[in-house]
Structures are given as C-alpha cells and as structure tokens.
Design a protein around this ligand. Sequence first.
Ligand SMILES: *[C@@H]1O[C@H](CO)[C@@H](O)[C@H](O)[C@H]1NC(C)=O
Ligand SMILES: *[C@@H]1O[C@H](CO)[C@@H](O)[C@H](O)[C@H]1NC(C)=O
Ligand SMILES: *[C@@H]1O[C@H](CO)[C@@H](O)[C@H](O)[C@H]1NC(C)=O
Ligand SMILES: *[C@@H]1O[C@H](CO)[C@@H](O)[C@H](O)[C@H]1NC(C)=O
Ligand SMILES: *[C@@H]1O[C@H](CO)[C@@H](O)[C@H](O)[C@H]1NC(C)=O
Length: 568
Amino acid sequence: MSKLLTVYAVGGGMLGLTLILTVFAQCFWQTSQGDRFDWNSVKATSTFRWQGCYKHYQCTRLKVPMNYTNPSSGWAGLAIIRVPSLFPTTSPSYQGPLIINPGGPGGSGVSLVLRSGFHFSTILDGRFDIIGLDPRGIGRSTPQVKFFGTYSEQALWLDGEYPDALNSSTEVLPRSIARAQLMGHLAEDQDDGTLRHVTTENIARDMLSIARANGNDKLQYWGFSWGTILGVVFATLFPDHVGRMVLDGVIDAEDYYATLWSNNLLDTNKTLQHFFQACVDAGPTGCAFYAPNATEIASNLDRLYDMVKAQPVPVYQARTYGLVDYSLLRRAVFTALYSPFTMFEPLAQGLADLKAGNGDTIYSLVNRPRFECADAEDFQYSNQYESGTALHCLDGDEVHDSPAELRRFYEKMTEYTTLAELWAVVRIRCSGWRVRTKRTLPTKFGGRTSSPLLLVSNTADPVAPLWAAHKTSKWFPGSVVLMQDAPGHCSVSAVSSCTQSNIREYLLNGNLPNANATVCAVDEGLFKGNKRRADTEAPSQQLPLVTHDTYLNDIRRLRDSFPLALPT
Ligand SMILES: *[C@@H]1O[C@H](CO)[C@@H](O)[C@H](O)[C@H]1NC(C)=O
Ligand SMILES: *[C@@H]1O[C@H](CO)[C@@H](O)[C@H](O)[C@H]1NC(C)=O
Ligand SMILES: *[C@@H]1O[C@H](CO)[C@@H](O)[C@H](O)[C@H]1NC(C)=O
Ligand SMILES: *[C@@H]1O[C@H](CO)[C@@H](O)[C@H](O)[C@H]1NC(C)=O
Ligand SMILES: *[C@@H]1O[C@H](CO)[C@@H](O)[C@H](O)[C@H]1NC(C)=O
C-alpha cells in the first residue's frame, strides 16, 4: 500500500492547492510549470487516437463500457498517456505497451507517467511504450468520483479530516466514526448512478481493453502497492491474458476485499527499527538524532510525542504556517518509513531540531500549503481522496460494525504498531458507506497464468509486508518472490542494481530469478555514515547484472521521482 492517507499539496507552485489524500501512493497532479493539457478536448474513442500532449508525451482517451455485461448502458472515457518506445513497432526490439500503476487506490497513472515515465523507459532500454492510465473514476478519466460540489467544499472537509491520529485525543475516534456517516451521505448524493461501476474488477477489465486496443492479447504490467491488487484481480479474471506482470509492494488481496486493511502493518515496526538501528550505526556525526542504542532512540522519540502532545510547536514560514502537534509528528515518522533512503536523514534532523524547540524541518516533511480559494477555471479537481475511498469501500465487504467494534478493531491493530492510529481509519470510513455494487469476482484469488508473475517485496515494507508476497505467490503457480533487503515501500524506494537487473531481465526477456536465491541487497546506505550493506549477493544464477553508474543514476532518478507517501 503505497501510501496511507496523506493530505498533500503539490504542484509547480501555480495551483492554489492540490489536496490529495492518498491511501497508498502519493500521486501528484501537476508536473512542472506550464505543462497543462486540456483533457476535456479529447474525445473518447473506441480505438487509440494518440495526439501530442504535455510537450513530450502522447495522450488519448479510450471509450469502454461502464458495465461490461451490459455494454449499451453507458461509457467511461479513460485518460491514457504514454512515453513511446524508442523503437518503431516493426523493430524486433520493440516490446509493446507496459502499463504502470502507482497504487492508491485513487492514484493517477497519468501523473505517474508525467513524473517518472521517462525513467521507467530508460531503465528498460526504451523498448516499451510506458503507459499510464487514470483508472475509471479517477483523475482525468470519466466518470469522475466526487463527493463535493466544489474544490473549496472538498478542502474544508479534508481540513477536518487531516490531522486526526486516532489516539491524539479521546474525541478523534468517535468523531471519525460519525464523519464516516456524513461522508456516506455525501457520496450517495453526488452519485449520478455511475459510482457502482467504479470497482477494481472493472478497472482490470479496462486494462484488457487497453491491451486489445493496442492490438495485444496479453497484458504487460508493473503495478505498485494497491496496483498489486489490481494485478491479482486481473490475473484471477484473465489468467490466459497475462503477459509479463510485476507486482511490487504486494498487498494481501483477501484482507483488502474483507475491508480490513489489518495485515498491511505487519512489518511497520520492523521498518521503524531500521531507522533506530541505522541511526546508531551512522554515529553522532551521521545521524542528528543519535543515541548509543536503538532503545534509547526509541524512548527519545516517545518523549517527543509526549512533548508535542502536551504543547504543540508553532511553525511560521514564508509561505505557510501551522503546528507541529502529535498527529503531524506521527505522520512525519510514518511518511518517512515509505522512503527511508531519502527521508531518514531529514527525519533525524527534524527530530533533533524539534527536541531543541524548532519544528520547521518536521513540518516541511508533511507540509500542506495553505488552502487558497482556487476554483479557477484552470484548476484540476483532484479526487484521489474520493476515488480512493469509493473504490476500497465498493470493492470490500460491507462494514456494519458498531462504534465499540470499530474501537476494538483499532485497538487490536495497535498490537502490531501504534502507528495503526493513522491507518485504522481506512476501515472506519467504510462504516458509513451507502452505495452498493455486485461483486462478480471468483471467491478465490489465483490461477494458472499464461506466463508466471514476478512478485517484488522489500524485507521491511511499512504497509506491504513480505508475508503478503509469499501468500500471493501461493495463489499463482510458477510465480517467484524477489526480495529486496531494505526498509521502505516498494522496490523503487531504494536503489538496487540487483533488484532492477532482475526486473529488467524478466520484463525484457521473460527470465525469472532463481526462486531460491532472490534476496537483493541495495547499493546505498540509509544515512551517509552507513556502510552499504555487505555485500550484495547477486542471485546465484548468472544474471546479467547491470551495475554501471549511468544505470544506477537512472534508478536513482526513478526513485526520486516516484511518488510515495503516507496516509492521512
Ligand atoms: C451490469 O449489467 C448486468 C446485465 O444487465 C446486470 O445484471 C448488473 O447488475 C449490472 N451491474 C451493475 C453493477 O449495475
Ligand atoms: C493512547 O493514548 C493514551 C493516553 O495518552 C495512552 O495511555 C495509550 O497508551 C495510547 N494508546 C496507544 C495505542 O498508543
Ligand atoms: C542504551 O544506552 C543507555 C545510555 O545512553 C544505557 O543506559 C542503556 O543501558 C543502553 N541500553 C541497552 C539495551 O544497551
Ligand atoms: C517493535 O520491535 C521492537 C524490537 O524488535 C520490540 O521490542 C517491540 O516490542 C515491537 N513493538 C511492537 C508493538 O511489536
Ligand atoms: C529450492 O529449494 C528447495 C527447498 O529447499 C529445494 O528442494 C530445491 O531443489 C531448490 N531449487 C533450486 C533450483 O535450487
């Protein structure tokens, strides 16, 4: 699960504010200054009609049935973007389309391609068309899920939603339960009848439609976080249409469809322990929050939680201001667990500064720009919060828990990690959900796929435990789990020539790593003072490990562009 719920704002600085609440993956709306494209002008057609967009890309809108068993009942219009292959379609080096999905649910594949598409293309030698899709309901596709009439209304709602770590005060949990009821009404009232078609199952069908529109009978796919559930659903529904498929940051699909989201956090504590230990190893000059042992750092962090709970720290900066309070501090820590290789150092610095009374650094780790009234005509309504909520509540079993049951559910989750207070709200939200649909998925996931899946997992992923990758692998005979010995969410949170060489070899040539020798080390330390982990056992099979600097830099650029962030 690429990202919990974070309300984030981004954009090249030209939007008033883009609020995105991400469940797994943090995706951004806007790429860089001036890059805009009028998606409304693109007519949905049942074949691809690529046109230039955003200067360096190609875009099209594909018309697909809203309901595949009743194709005359209306249409969805999928916004699709691509970085074309460097090779002409007639070249033997051309390998066709590869769809990438950033997770969420609610994440935008178009935004992912705008941020990272060229980096994906580069590490795969330019042999694929790198395709990003805004799944139905999401972003630039139609229908667009909305619970609010205007962006301002959405922003005001999210402002009430934002800081609430469930244990930040006694009111937060009961209020979250009550707000879920309100949200259920809002969603139902804004629904024009299309909401029930916004399901992962239909999105999987849409991916097959995209492959076919491209002239292919099989899907080539690299999905992250929630995108692994989309992959599992696709492979279950269409085992004969699986081309190469990489599922990266694997989530337990059964847990997701039970609307529990409780198995996500099995390795969260382990990920946090990496922070403490790496800080110890980095020494007092390498880690700003240093103490001689991990236990000591953990209790220093606990003292900071108590400190800001008793007295939040005000932050006043040039373009924004706010408080570092208990919830924000918890979010900063959880957020850093997604991207340890880029965030552990600033986190340590931020904690040290906070201890000294300065909240600036911590605040900037999870900062939202201030809301400005921005319902301007050029504003693109970001609906990640709404589409993500709609998808996971529509997909999952109905939640009829009483408030007392929801509280017990949350308390049970805190046995794995107290950071569950930023996560249990995912199930709670669905307790007020009212729009229903009919699930037609087989009751069991899995199948004999026409080509084997490659599952990729970090050994300490804060929201996608390694256990889930092994569990998923059992559903798909012939699949292999590739482990990356690192903390963080999804393989792209770290730089590992071993991991990426294995993924390359699979995507380019169809060769899976040896199932018994698939732990990849990473090529960098968590803190500058850390030695890089000794030493990188390449999988025992002789795989063409690509290690040259240019390639490592390409992987680094992919890591730095890939949107990962935590939940609200
Ligand atoms: C889709 O169409 C079929 C056939 O008309 C119908 O039985 C089914 O309920 C529809 N699905 C939804 C979610 O409306
Ligand atoms: C929640 O907060 C209370 C009061 O501060 C504390 O006693 C309790 O241990 C906390 N629970 C969790 C799971 O962190
Ligand atoms: C950790 O370090 C502190 C001193 O900073 C010491 O008191 C404590 O015993 C140490 N704990 C362990 C488990 O080594
Ligand atoms: C987290 O891990 C540490 C170190 O292994 C352990 O001492 C602690 O009890 C764990 N916490 C939870 C909530 O499991
Ligand atoms: C993989 O490990 C299993 C169990 O340890 C063993 O039976 C099998 O022969 C190994 N396969 C290879 C290809 O090494």
